[in-house]
Design a protein around this ligand. Structure first.
Ligand code: SAH
Length: 219
């Protein structure tokens, strides 16, 4: 077993082709980002060889890095442009933030578990993701000082749509989040225009819990 970067590049190319493109993701920026970010560096050494498989993986603290297709699907649904400022709730491993950072101007990401926050911050520095700003806090309150955001992505399952986050969405802004009970959720997309907030459902999904003031209680 070697850590040959070419081995991981081959696994990454095959992931993009067989899991992402094959399931209908067409946004060239999303395909490029998924083909660029070294996903294996966002999991523990023991799991590196599984990093490009078609499933989520544990990242410690009972949390998970999402399945590659889910990351691609949520990212594409945000219809991002290169000048966008994006807020992510649930930094976790940092993988989704890294994907966003390849596409947009700046990524703000909040994590509520201190060890995961610190680990991700260190990795962003090592990999020179200089346009990612991190914060250790309850993300359900958003990041008022840096708002409004062109896009907001919540990568944990919420019992409802956190109101502060809707308030921090710019005109023309898009937001995506899983909403449902503790075990299964619907992927919900919100869009703000002159008429107000529009909402649509994109299908079923399964995420770890969003815990916080506008999320689940921590039990
Ligand atoms: N985007 C991550 C996936 C993270 S799993 C990745 O690419 O790896 C969901 C993460 O949301 C967990 O790390 C969890 O601790 C975090 N989380 C849950 N509730 C939160 C809250 N209120 N604010 C910020 N992060 C939260």
């Amino acid at each position: 077993m070697t850590n040959d970067p070419r081995k991981y590049q081959r696994l990454r190319e095959s992931m993009v082709k067989n899991q992402i493109e094959a399931r209908g993701i067409t946004d060239p920026d999303v395909l490029r980002a998924m083909g660029t970010v070294p996903r294996h560096l966002f999991v523990s050494e023991a799991l590196m060889d599984q990093a490009y498989a078609d499933n989520p993986l544990p990242i410690g603290e009972q949390q998970t890095i999402s399945q590659p297709y889910i990351v691609a699907h949520m990212t594409q649904s945000l219809a991002l442009s290169k000048d966008d400022r994006v807020l992510e709730i649930g930094t976790g491993s940092g993988y989704q933030a890294a994907i966003l950072s390849e596409i947009v101007f700046r990524v703000y990401t909040i994590e509520t578990i201190r060890t995961l926050h610190m680990q991700a911050r260190k990795l962003f520095d090592e990999l020179k993701y200089t346009n990612i700003v991190t914060r250790y806090a309850d993300g359900t309150n958003g990041w008022a000082d840096e708002s409004p955001f062109d896009a907001i992505i919540i990568t944990a399952g919420a019992p409802g749509i956190p109101e502060p986050l809707v308030d921090q969405l710019a005109m023309g802004g898009r937001m995506i989040l899983p909403v449902g009970d503790r075990l299964t959720q619907d992927m919900v997309k919100l869009y703000r225009d002159e008429d107000g907030i529009h909402q649509s459902k994109l299908g079923g999904c399964r995420f770890v819990k969003l815990v916080g003031e506008y999320g689940w209680s921590g039990d």
